[in-house]
Design a protein around this ligand. Structure first.
Ligand code: GAL
Length: 333
């Protein structure tokens, strides 16, 4: 390499390092442009981290999508603020006679270290013959891919543990074990279930949290598990709640409000809690959707650092905040 090339490379590396070191700003509720300048389409989403990179998957509700298909988009980021569009990893026509109104929601991706496969779970729904609701099928779907942002192949749909399943959430414990969270209406509860070795199946019930909640999410923080969820009010926001337990299997505490109930979680609904651990601090980010049911492509995201610890969890009022991915520190501006 000649000197100029070396200098250019060093400057580029320095630039990248400086860009990474600078705290970034997150603006809850605002339009969130990706690297193409388009609002991120990752509704009801989930995030996994591979190396230093975060991947955000969610429902892609772009206005120009083919209305007969269902889409999941994948974005990547190293700082959780600047997102690069990677691919519409699912562009799926009805794979299994679910019917014209079929639904694909809340996709969540797990990486299976044994099979080296990426396994996506999603809420699959549709209208069963003779049923009033478009959400009577109540199944999960599974799709797989060899790369994180490739084209996922739909494998199957089923009712986990034989139960009706609607909103799903994902939880990966600190030891790497992977769990599916799913809401089951007839049982009026929120299941935490362990995935099979290859993640292609839901193997074992760990707990049925006895509370009618959806949008379920769990985080493990300072020795306690915190579970959050929303009430069953469809697209309309409601006061989301949390409970704690020392083990996933419970017993779980009673559920309490995460924010002043009259704000209806500031107009949002939970989808995930993301733990960012750095050398200086651990920040737990509440990730939620501000749904716009009539113009879904405009649905916004409410991400805020939670006040969490000693069995308490509180969502501060939405405001601009900064995150330093290199230290783990967050500060509300
Ligand atoms: C919500 C659910 C969303 C979507 C919506 C449809 O309760 O969390 O993911 O299914 O209902 O009304």
């Amino acid at each position: 390499m000649n000197r100029t090339a070396l200098l250019t490379l060093s400057l580029a590396t320095l630039g990248a390092a400086l860009a990474l070191a600078a705290p970034v700003t997150i603006r809850p509720g605002e339009s969130w442009p990706d690297d193409r300048g388009r609002h991120v389409q990752a509704h009801g989403g989930g995030i996994i981290k591979l190396g230093d990179t975060y991947y955000w998957f969610g429902e892609d509700r772009s206005q120009d999508n083919d209305p007969g298909k269902r889409y999941v988009a994948c974005y990547s980021s190293m700082d959780l603020a600047h997102w690069t569009f990677r691919n519409q990893v699912i562009k799926l026509a009805d794979p299994d006679n679910f019917g014209p109104e079929w639904v694909l929601e809340r996709p969540k991706v797990f990486f299976n270290a044994q099979t080296k496969q990426f396994v996506m779970y999603m809420h699959i729904d549709g209208r069963l013959p003779g049923h009033k609701s478009r959400y009577s099928l109540a199944r999960v779907g599974v799709a797989v891919c060899d790369t994180v942002d490739g084209d996922y192949r739909f494998v199957k749909s089923f009712r986990p543990l034989g139960k009706e399943s609607r909103d799903i959430g994902q939880f990966i414990d600190d030891d790497g074990s992977a769990y599916l969270i799913f809401e089951s209406r007839p049982t009026k509860g929120f299941f935490i279930a362990k995935l099979s070795g290859d993640y292609l199946d839901v193997e074992k019930e760990v707990c049925l949290i006895d509370a009618p909640l959806e949008g379920g999410a769990i985080v493990h923080y300072q020795g306690l598990y915190y579970a959050i969820g929303s009430a069953l009010t469809g697209w309309a926001p409601n006061p989301n709640k949390y409970a704690t337990a020392t083990a996933l299997a419970g017993p779980w505490s009673e559920f309490k409000d995460i924010a002043p109930p009259e704000t209806n979680t500031y107009g949002s609904q939970s989808t995930m809690m993301l733990k960012v651990t750095g050398p200086k601090a651990t920040t737990v980010i509440f990730m939620a959707d501000i749904w716009k049911p009539e113009t879904q492509w405009e649905s916004r995201y409410l991400w805020m650092p939670l006040e969490i610890g000693d069995g308490k969890l509180w969502l501060p009022a939405p405001a601009e905040w900064s995150l330093d991915i290199t230290t783990g520190e967050a500060a509300i501006k």
